[in-house]
Write a protein that binds this ligand. Structure first.
Ligand code: C5P
Length: 218
């Protein structure tokens, strides 16, 4: 029998990370933060001072990067042996990630790296195309969203908690631009899978959302 997968897709700041981590912990399942893979590529591209429009070079970097993940209370990511965890949350990383993520060739290279996370006893996969492209046969799927205003506030709070200076109006604007890019790209755009449960968490406490997703998968 194949290893069960729960996919949680949705736009930035919808609470996917918090919900996915909590559900994975409760179920004793593995956790894939697919956004961190795109963010790691963005960091690699920025470190190499590679022109983001130079598709061939970006693909080469994606093919060559060696990523290691340590999933404890906090996700630790190493890129080619170097700990890049503190560089993952920045807006520059996020915006660059969203630009390189629009290349179909890049997504093709990163597909297997994501599928490799499907290991017993189960997997919670968080991202934009988990239920539509990466794990279309997932056991259960959820699509988590919230109003742009609420998502901006949540991302702002997260950044402050991580010690990153932020401006609420700027963050809200940036996530709107990024979400639009993610929704409008032709390669694996952000969208709800037909068989995903739609959850709008704008007015829901996070505990309720976690409960709803746990009920879905139990
Ligand atoms: O989820 P996170 O904010 O870390 O994702 C950063 C960017 O990576 C997203 O804006 C999106 O462009 C890209 N991404 C993607 N597909 C995924 C996960 C993230 O295209 N499955």
């Amino acid at each position: 029998m194949s290893v069960p997968v729960l996919t949680i897709d949705g736009p930035s700041g919808a609470g996917k990370g918090t919900v996915s981590r909590a559900v994975a912990k409760k179920m004793g399942w593995n956790y894939l933060d697919s956004g961190s893979i795109y963010r790691s590529l963005a960091i690699a591209v920025l470190k190499k001072k590679c022109d983001i429009a130079d598709l061939k070079s970006v693909v080469k970097i994606a093919e060559a990067m060696i990523l290691e993940f340590e999933c404890g209370d906090e996700l630790i990511v190493k890129l080619n042996g170097q700990n890049i965890t503190s560089e993952l949350p920045s807006q520059t990383t996020a915006n660059t990630a969203s630009i390189v993520a629009a290349y179909p060739e890049v997504r093709a290279v990163l597909l297997q790296k994501q599928r490799d996370f499907q290991k017993a006893p189960g997997l919670v996969a968080d991202g934009r195309d988990m239920g539509t492209v990466v794990f279309p046969n997932a056991l259960k799927k959820a699509y988590l969203t919230a109003s742009a205003k609420e998502r901006g506030k949540r991302r702002y709070k997260q950044l402050l908690e991580k010690g990153i200076n932020a401006n609420l109006a700027e963050i809200t604007k940036e996530i709107e631009v990024r979400d639009r890019r993610d929704q409008e790209r032709t390669a694996a755009p952000l969208k709800k899978a037909d068989d995903a449960l739609y959850i709008d968490s704008s007015d829901l406490p996070i505990e309720k959302v976690i409960e709803e997703v746990l009920n879905l998968v139990r």
